[in-house]
Design a protein around this ligand. Structure first.
Ligand SMILES: [Zn+2]
Length: 245
């Protein structure tokens, strides 16, 4: 990884892992040590929303205070769809970026949010109708005031077989156009197989920004491999990468 980081840095590609969860033994201190060791900047975050570790403004403020002991980028992952109405101004001022994915969706209008990776908890009776609904959900999330759309084009395993048909040029284009319009970067997440390169290439062609992240569950290192591989293989240019202001 050291040699790969050196090659990317020589090309001037800004390397920031914006998706380091402080969970499973990962701490702000470890994230900072990792940054010093690898030269890849660390962006730390944790999940906010009802039923998540940062379920209110007080907990979020404590998280920010802890992370600020180190010169790290500080973000949040938002899981409630009204997060921008409930986050305090004070907390909003303190964070560097907001990340969201599309992996939690209410299955019915105003229904209870469902974690889509927990496939035992719900049914998909009509895959096409379900996918159409999911696409609307993706557009909702990308139109929120977020900075990074994590794991874009994710599909639950049960409907993965429709990936190429579902994520056709038209749908990919609509999602990418919305991301560009709203200044939202598209993540190449290391542990995910999504988005496929066809999506990344279309995003680049249209002028979208990209970001990388590990979405860790613990404090194991060297979890950025796929992200770095894609940056190298596709010869991503420095100005194609998102940089938090
Ligand atoms: Zn995450």
């Amino acid at each position: 990884m050291r040699a790969q980081v050196a090659r990317l840095k020589a090309k001037g590609v800004p390397l920031v892992d914006y998706h380091i969860h402080l969970r499973g033994g990962m701490t702000a201190e470890k994230a900072y040590d990792w940054e010093k060791k690898t030269g890849i900047r660390s962006g730390v975050l944790e999940n906010t929303g009802a039923g998540w570790p940062l379920s209110d403004n007080e907990k979020l403020a404590a998280f920010i205070k802890d992370a600020k002991r180190f010169p790290l980028l500080i973000g949040i992952q938002v899981n409630d769809r009204d997060w921008y109405k409930t986050m305090s101004e004070e907390n909003a001022k303190q964070i560097d970026y907001v990340l969201a994915d599309t992996m939690i969706m209410a299955l019915e209008p105003n229904g209870k949010p469902q974690k889509l990776w927990l496939e035992d908890e719900y049914e998909i009776k009509d895959p096409q109708a379900w996918l159409n609904r999911y696409f609307e959900h993706c557009l909702t999330v990308v139109n929120e005031p977020v900075d990074i759309l994590a794991n874009p084009t994710y599909l639950p395993p049960r409907v993965e077989k429709y990936y190429d048909e579902f994520w056709n040029t038209e749908r990919m284009g609509k999602l990418i156009d919305a991301a560009i319009k709203n200044g939202v970067a598209l993540e190449i997440q290391s542990p995910s197989k999504f988005p496929k390169n066809s999506f990344i290439e279309l995003a680049r062609k249209k002028g979208a920004l990209l970001s990388i992240g590990r979405n860790n569950h613990d404090d194991h290192k060297e979890e950025l491999k796929r992200s770095l591989d894609v940056l190298e293989e596709l010869n991503i240019k420095p100005d194609e990468m998102f940089v938090a202001e």
